[in-house]
Design a binder for this molecule. Sequence first.
Ligand code: KE4
Length: 442
Amino acid sequence: MWHRRVTRRDMKTTRSDELLTSARAVIPGGVNSPVRAFAAVEGDPPFIAMGEGVHLEDADGNRYVDLVGSWGPLILGHAHPEVHAAVVEAASKGASFGAPTEGEVRFAEELCAAHPCLEQVRLCSSGTEATMHALRLARGATGRDVIVKLDGCYHGAHDSVLVAAGSGVATFARPGSPGIPAAVSALTRTAPFNDLAAVAAHLSRGDVAAVILEPVAGNMGCIPPEPGYLEGLRTLTREAGTLLVVDEVMTGFRLARGGACERFDIDADLVTLGKIVGGGFPLAAFGGRREVMSQLSPAGPVYQAGTLSGNPVAVAAGRATLGLLDDALYARLEDLGARLEARLRPEVEKRGQSMSRLGSMFTVFFRPERPTHFDQVKECDLAAFGRFHREALIRGVYLPPSQFEAAFLPALLCDDQVDAAADALVEALDIALRPVDGPRGA
Ligand code: KE4
C-alpha cells in the first residue's frame, strides 16, 4: 500500500550524503550519467539501495513511488519475478559468449513481429549505439553525409546528435559539447520540433541522408507531435530521398506494443529501440526495411559491431519483459495516465502552469501554456521546477530531476497510489509556487 507521506523533517540523508562524497572522489560529478546528479533541482540525489515493484528505497531507508523507472525501462516495475527468474536462469548458463545464440534470434523475431516497421534488426547495448549506427547506416545507404535532428530531441551521447539536444544537454543549458569537431557538427542541421517548413528547407538542398526524431518528444519534457506533423515528415523525406529514422528508444513498447509507429501509423525507414526492450539490462536495437538493413556488415559494406551485442542475459530479461506486454497492460497504462491527468491537470492549470501527457508519459511544465517545441520549454520557470521536484521527493514521489525530461507511470501502480501521487504533486506545486522568500516546509 502507499506509504505515509514523507515530510521534510523525516527525510534522512546521512548515508546518501556519505556515498555522494565518496562518489565525487572517484567519479566525475559523483555519477555515471549527468542527469542523475540533480544539478537542476534542489538537493542532492538519494543513492538507491533497491527497487521493489513501483517503489524505490534509498540508502537511508526513504521510500518513493518511482515515476522515472530508470528513465523508462522499468515499465513492469522493479525486480519483477518473471524477469528476475529469466535472468537467473540465463546467467546460470554463462554471461556472454560472443557467438550467436538461439535467444537473440527469437528476440529479433519478437521485435520484428511487434513493431510495424521492422523487417530486420541488429542488437546492441545502448540507445546511443542504436542511433549512432542507424545514422551511419542511413549515410551509407544514401551516400549522403548530412543529417537533420530536431531541437530538444535527444538521441544519446554521440557526436552527430549532441547538437541542440535535450535531456542532460538541455538540463545543463549547453547547446552541445566541447570535443566534437566542427566538421562533424556542421553535418548536423537542426529544426524546431513540430515545424515542417524548417525541415523542408533543409531537405530542399538534396543532401540529407536522414531526419532523426523522437516521434513523441520525451527529452524536453513530454511533447506530442502536432496533428499532421509526422505524416508531413514522412512525405517530405520520401520526396527528398531522405531516410526517416524514428528514435523509439523511449517510446518503443511504451506508447503501444508497436511503439509510436503503431500509435501514429508512421512508416519509418529505420527505427531505434532501447530501454524497455532490455527490461532494465543493457540492450538496444536498430532495424527497419530489409533493403536498408541488408547494407549492414557482414551482409553489406556498412560496418557496425559490439562485443556484448545480443548479450544472452540481457536478451533473457528483454524476452521476459516483452512477453508480459499485452493488450491488457497497455489498456491499464492508458487508464493510469488518464486517472493521473484527470486529478492533476485541473490543479496544475488552476495554478497557472501546464501539463502534457500521452499514454503513461507526462510532464508538468512551469509555464502557463503547454509547450509544443523546445524554445517554449526553455521559457519555463526552472527554479520553480527544482523546488517542485524537491517537495515531491520529500513526499515520496520520485520524478525525473529536470524540466527537460518525461515522467513514466509503471503498469503495476494501483489506483490509490496514482491518486496519492497526484495529491502529493499538488502539495509540492503549491509550495514550489510560494514566493521564494516565503515559508517552506511540510
Ligand atoms: P542510452 O544511450 O542512454 O541508453 O539511450 C540514449 C537515448 C536515445 N534516444 C532517446 C529517445 C533517449 O531518451 C535516450 C536516453 N534517454 C535519457 C533520459 N531521457 C537517458 C538518461 C541518461 O542519460 O542517464
